[in-house]
Design a protein around this ligand. Structure first.
Ligand code: ARG
Length: 457
């Protein structure tokens, strides 16, 4: 096949080179965006007097036919035409004749490719934002069910303090809300039109870039043609947002993997979201959660792959930039698949509230016993030491904090009275944490209310 650049060349491109440099096998995903862009560009060419009214009609018809072929999966892509842009241009020329070649006036694949990518990212991020919202709603509904379920919180994976389980689910809901802000920011950065930047220096035909921005629904325009074609920072932003969101969901998965183990037994996962062992008959494995954790590695890898591609690239365009697409597609697809599978898994979670309750007693109440002494006037540092020695002694005796008698307490401090014993209940202790954002029932209910309103529940 002839190349658009054949005039300059004395030799046919080696097949190895065609195979090595092609991107159409993956960038054909941008075909519909490329058609949209072509249609807008055609209008701009008409306005600039580069194509006549008849030519515009003819080319538009050709592009619309290609769009139809794409939608019906009839378009054939050829690696000899390297990428999606040249394949579409070639198909247009096949359809309308040499006049089709006018479409590539006042543009370059360098500004085309980023325009397609920005259009694509905007569409995809709307899907991700919707998926995130769905997941947040699921977490809020779980919180709604678990306000009265008490569990221990962990620090250093050691039992720390009693909390309401709803408080835990609302914590991840907050993380996902911040993720949404990150994606909204990535959307905003992508929402800037590069078309009309040409290969590097801008274009010499009177192309109205402001018209193009309106036509393609971009909120702003890139301001410098070199920046426009050289940068992939807007893709990094997407990859970073995906990596952070994956990290959150990986941590949630890790918690649930632990909590569903026999050792914890706090939750059990729906059978239909688990898999078995080919050898051990007793096994029910949390593979979905493990894969969410594992796939987060790819999300990090994609971010680092592109950062590494970009480092050291001279301004402006270099072919290395073609390596931006696979990480982008992979991160978006991976995250979308995680969001889709995690929601029904969470909905099917069953909670063993006796197990969670028993985790929250005993020494998880120790902070509050120290605080009791503080309320009686003892400096906190001293109270910490008193209760610490009590804990050490109980550990030696193999006794729990709830079994302690008033005399035993008094042996450590005269300040202890009867009400110290009645304090030693996980839910009481939880409800003392009334600080804004704390785990007291009134605070959890307040946050639940806000969350429901924000999620339209
Ligand atoms: N397929 C190319 C890419 O993804 C499009 C731009 C090619 N430009 C060029 N001058 N070779 O980056």
């Amino acid at each position: 096949m002839q190349k658009p650049w054949e005039g300059r060349f004395r030799e046919k491109t080696d097949e190895l080179v065609e195979e090595f440099t092609q991107s159409v096998s993956f960038d054909q995903r941008l075909a519909l965006q490329d058609i949209r862009q072509n249609l807008a560009h055609l209008k701009a060419l008409r306005m600039a007097g580069i194509v006549s009214e008849e030519e515009e009609k003819l080319l538009r018809k050709g592009l619309e036919e290609i769009e139809q072929e794409l939608k019906e999966n009839r378009m054939e892509f050829s690696k000899a035409w390297e990428d999606v842009h040249m394949n579409i241009e070639r198909r247009l020329i096949e359809k309308v004749g040499e006049v089709g070649g006018k479409i590539h006036t006042a543009r370059s694949r360098n500004d085309q490719v980023v325009t397609d990518e920005r259009l694509f990212i905007k569409e995809e991020l709307l899907k991700i934002l919707e998926g995130l919202r769905e997941l947040r709603r699921t977490l809020v509904l779980l919180a709604d069910r678990t306000v009265d379920v008490i569990v221990v919180s962990y620090t250093h994976l050691q039992r720390a303090q009693p909390i309401r389980l709803a408080h835990y689910f609302l914590a991840y809901r907050e993380a996902l809300l911040v993720d949404a802000m990150r994606f909204a920011h990535a959307y905003r950065l992508a929402d800037s039109l590069p078309l009309g930047s040409g290969a590097s220096a801008g274009v010499d035909f009177p192309i109205d870039r402001f018209f193009l921005a309106r036509e393609l629904g971009f909120r702003s325009l890139t301001r410098n043609s070199l920046y426009a074609v050289a940068e992939r920072d807007f893709i990094l932003e997407v990859l970073y947002a995906c990596a952070v969101c994956g990290m959150h969901l990986s941590r949630l998965s890790e918690d649930l993997i632990l909590w569903s183990s026999e050792e914890f037994g706090f939750v059990s996962l729906p059978d239909r979201f688990c898999t078995g062992s080919s050898i051990m008959p007793q096994k029910k494995n949390p593979d979905v959660l493990e894969l969410i954790r594992g796939k987060t590695g790819r999300l990090y890898g994609n971010l680092f792959a592109l950062l590494t591609v970009l480092k050291g690239l001279p301004y402006a365009y270099n072919r290395d930039l073609q390596e931006d697409k696979e990480p982008l597609f992979d991160s978006l697809d991976t995250l979308k698949s995680i969001l889709v599978v995690l929601k029904p898994l969470l909905e099917g979670l069953s909670i063993n509230s006796e197990k969670t309750y028993s985790s929250a007693g005993n020494f998880a109440l120790a902070t509050d016993l120290a605080n009791y002494l503080v309320l009686k006037g003892m400096p906190f540092r001293q109270a910490h030491k008193v209760v610490g020695s009590l804990v050490a002694q109980l550990l030696e005796k193999g006794k729990s904090l709830e079994e302690v008698s008033l005399e035993e307490l008094k042996a450590f401090s005269e300040l202890f009275e009867e009400d110290a014993l009645s304090l030693l209940k996980p839910e009481k202790v939880a409800d003392r944490r009334k600080s804004y954002g704390g785990t007291a029932k009134e605070q959890v209910l307040l946050q639940l209310e806000v969350a429901k309103r924000e999620e339209g529940l």
